[in-house]
Ligand binder design. Structure first.
Ligand SMILES: Cc1ncc(COP(=O)(O)O)c(C=O)c1O
Length: 396
């Protein structure tokens, strides 16, 4: 990646941002797209016949098409949400559950792909939790054993937001088809994968994909739910903009994404997300993945070479992305994050990363420090980060 890309992210002149797994920085073209909605064609979507309304409706629809194309989906299957959490909850609330249904999930999951299923226990739904090895790598036979005719849903993250490891989604999809019940469905949490890895939903073999626009250069308040068959899912919100027709006694839902987007949506955000997808396409997802692999390798090897530093997760660059968790013996993760900020203007995340069950499993009471890279980071920034960690570790 190059200086031209960095020029689109003015914040990088002042700090070293290594927290893109939480939310990414936003490039100028996306900021401009959001502003131009408010400045040039500010109107509601799908409602009016006047010119401005037509323009904005078309741009909002185009944004859906761009996102659909980005993940190899068809038009009408991509629903805009406010984040991954909302997208996953739409599945938990929108599917019909019966007593005895089973959900297969894993111990790697972010709370957003865990709590919605835990809550369903009240309805007699059983949860089966597959454990990865301590480095975050799964044994596929554990999925085979966990699935049965009673499996209604399999819900797995494609990339761990703590360990950065990539899960074998295609293989899990095949097991789900073979071993799961006739109407079993497969949800992939793509919050950490969609921003970094080229994705084709058909190739993945899943039924739902949830991800966050704000983690892939889009505005905050944007996310996506891809639904293979919109008829599988009941909308969770009812109101304006989501119907074909309404009578005194009945209603017919709209056929496309509109049926899941009741009420006025985050119009500027959606259009901004479309622009973010344009930006990622222009950079090239394959090129970005190789660049990030290089940064991740440097980060991992560097951290492993520092005394008193523990690194978590697989160290094989092929089975992970540039999300790296570590600790320094004798220091609390929050203290390390504060020192990195104070001494070197480096922003990293610390704590349990909304993955408490995984932290218990790994025996990490206070969690970890997590550094995560994106296309705007440089090898020089990684060097500065490693030097700063070394200084902090030496001071313990
Ligand atoms: C793997 C994973 N799933 C879900 C989420 C939730 O995303 P959001 O906060 O955008 O809803 C995150 C956020 O960090 C995540 O990393």
């Amino acid at each position: 990646m190059n200086e031209r890309i960095r020029a689109d992210f003015p914040i990088v002149n002042d700090i070293i941002y290594l927290d893109s797994a939480a939310t990414s920085l936003t490039p100028e073209p996306v900021v401009e797209a959001v502003l131009s909605y408010y400045r040039e064609y500010n109107a509601n979507v799908g409602r009016g016949v006047y010119r401005l309304s037509q323009v904005v409706s078309q741009k909002y629809k185009d944004a859906h098409s761009k996102v659909a194309e980005f993940i190899g989906a068809n038009e009408g299957e991509v629903v805009f949400t406010k984040n991954t959490t909302e997208a996953i909850n739409m599945i938990a609330y929108g599917l019909k559950w019966s007593k005895g249904d089973e959900i297969v999930t894993t111990l790697l999951e972010h709370h957003s792909n865990f709590l919605p299923w835990l809550r369903l226990k009240e309805q007699g739904v059983h949860l089966k939790i597959v454990e990865p090895g301590k480095t975050g790598i799964f044994d596929l036979s554990d999925f085979e054993h966990a699935m049965s005719d009673s499996t209604r849903l399999v819900a797995v993250t494609q990339v761990s937001n703590v360990l950065g490891t990539i899960s074998p989604i295609k293989e899990i999809a095949a097991i789900c088809k073979e071993k799961g019940g006739a109407n079993s469905l497969f949800l992939v949490d793509g919050a950490q994968s969609a921003p970094h890895i080229p994705i084709d939903v058909e190739e993945l073999g899943c039924d739902f994909l949830a991800f966050s626009g704000h983690k892939m250069l889009g505005p905050t308040g944007t996310g996506v739910l891809w639904v293979k068959d919109p008829n599988e899912l009941e909308p969770t919100l009812f109101g304006g903009g989501m119907i074909e027709s309404v009578s005194k006694d009945d209603y017919t839902l709209a056929s496309g994404y509109e049926r899941f987007e009741a009420g006025t949506p985050h119009i500027a955000g959606g259009i901004g997300l479309g622009k973010a997808v344009d930006y990622l396409n222009a950079v090239g997802m394959e090129a970005m993945r190789s660049y990030e692999e290089r940064l991740a390798k440097k980060l991992l090897e560097g951290l492993q070479g520092i005394e008193k530093v523990q690194v978590y997760g697989s160290t094989n660059p092929n089975e992970r992305i540039g999300v790296v968790s570590f600790n320094i013996n004798g220091l609390h993760p929050h203290d390390i994050a504060l020192k990195l900020d104070e001494t070197s203007d480096i922003m990293v995340r610390s704590g349990h990363h909304c993955c408490m069950p995984l932290m218990h499993y790994l025996g990490l009471k206070d969690g970890t420090v997590r550094a995560s890279v994106y296309l705007y980071n440089t090898e020089g920034e990684v060097d500065t980060f490693l030097e700063s960690v070394e200084v902090i570790a030496k001071g313990v």
